[in-house]
Design a protein around this ligand. Structure first.
Ligand code: NAD
Length: 283
């Protein structure tokens, strides 16, 4: 039997619709959510992400500002811009597209953003809040996965949840969110021994590795829910995930790539921006 395809595009459209409706209501009260997006240098993938974020702002009725800075921008100049945006009343959320050029410390950039405007949820204050389970913002990719699970009535409580990948932006917060929902969580990485066996225990398997076709059918238990966070390009240049599409025949639910976890990520950024605007206005 083939798995149910978890449609991230349709869910994303639905969530954006409800964000737009809420934004329209906020505008009646004189509040417009505003997102500032900073990009340093001209990495082609980053340029696409930034363009998509601007489009999503427009679709949600937000105000947005884009700062495209040259690759030679100094760290002090960038931190100066962030300091200005921290004070700007029109801006509810600030995002600096990663990666930044090597002469700039990514952590210094993250640390400079006011945690109340940190809609990526990368600032140590927000990371700590996620750890203790009392948070306003959640990193967008794991947040999108949780929304997908909820939309398909998949409850992690008591389930074996295996996350492959321990990055700060995906794997680690993903594990914490599943734990807060009472999953029994195993966080795997490049030094995990017996990975295949660990994966075969999973009721919910989440792949965030960055390697095309990494998860093969023999690593998946019959009827497991499989979430593919990976965005890779195969030899033919086609976008593909971390999970071999043949896993569809073993899983009960699975996200396609593209069209699964990916579309949810930017939508969750919009959700965080809306929330930031509300919090900054005491709502
Ligand atoms: P990363 O490179 O920071 O982390 C990859 C992780 O995979 C590491 O923790 C590493 O330990 C683990 N890993 C590598 N080889 C392994 C192996 N052989 N066995 C077990 N674990 C192994 O990547 P990231 O930023 O977390 O992104 C992961 C993937 O998700 C990428 O394909 C990225 O493009 C994609 N991504 C998608 C979205 C989205 O919007 N859907 C957002 C962010 C990242």
């Amino acid at each position: 039997m083939s798995a149910v395809k978890m449609d991230g595009k349709a869910l994303s459209d639905k969530v954006r619709g409800s964000i737009l409706a809420e934004t329209e209501a906020l505008k009646q009260r004189g509040i417009t959510p505003g997102l500032a997006v900073i990009i340093v240098g001209n990495d082609p993938a980053s340029e696409i992400y930034v363009r998509n974020k601007e489009k999503a702002c427009a679709a949600c009725g937000f105000y947005s500002e884009k700062y495209a800075l040259p690759a030679e921008t100094t760290q002090d100049e960038l931190l100066g811009l962030i300091a200005q945006l921290n004070e700007s009343p029109r801006i509810s959320g600030i995002l600096c597209q990663m990666p930044v050029p090597a002469h700039i410390s990514a952590q210094a950039v993250i640390d400079a953003i006011d945690p109340r405007k940190d809609v990526d949820a990368f600032h140590p204050v927000n990371v700590g809040k996620i750890m203790v389970g009392d948070f306003d913002f959640v990193p967008c990719t794991p947040a999108g996965v949780m929304e997908l699970l909820a939309a398909y009535q998949i409850d992690p409580a008591g389930k074996e949840c295996v996350v492959i990948g321990r990055s700060n932006i995906v794997g680690k917060p993903m594990a914490m969110l599943l734990l807060h929902k009472h999953g029994t969580v195993t966080l795997c990485h490049s030094r995990t021994q017996g990975l295949d066996e660990v994966c075969r225990r999973a009721d919910i398997l989440i792949a965030a590795v960055g390697k095309a076709g990494f998860v093969t059918p023999d690593m998946v238990k019959d009827g497991a829910v499989v979430i593919d966070v990976g965005i890779n390009r195969n030899a033919a240049g086609k976008v593909c995930g971390d999970v071999d599409p043949a896993v569809m025949e073993k899983a009960s639910y699975m996200t396609p790539v593209p069209g699964g976890a990916g579309p949810m990520t930017i939508t969750m950024l919009m959700k965080n921006t809306l929330k930031a605007a509300k919090l900054q206005n005491g709502l």
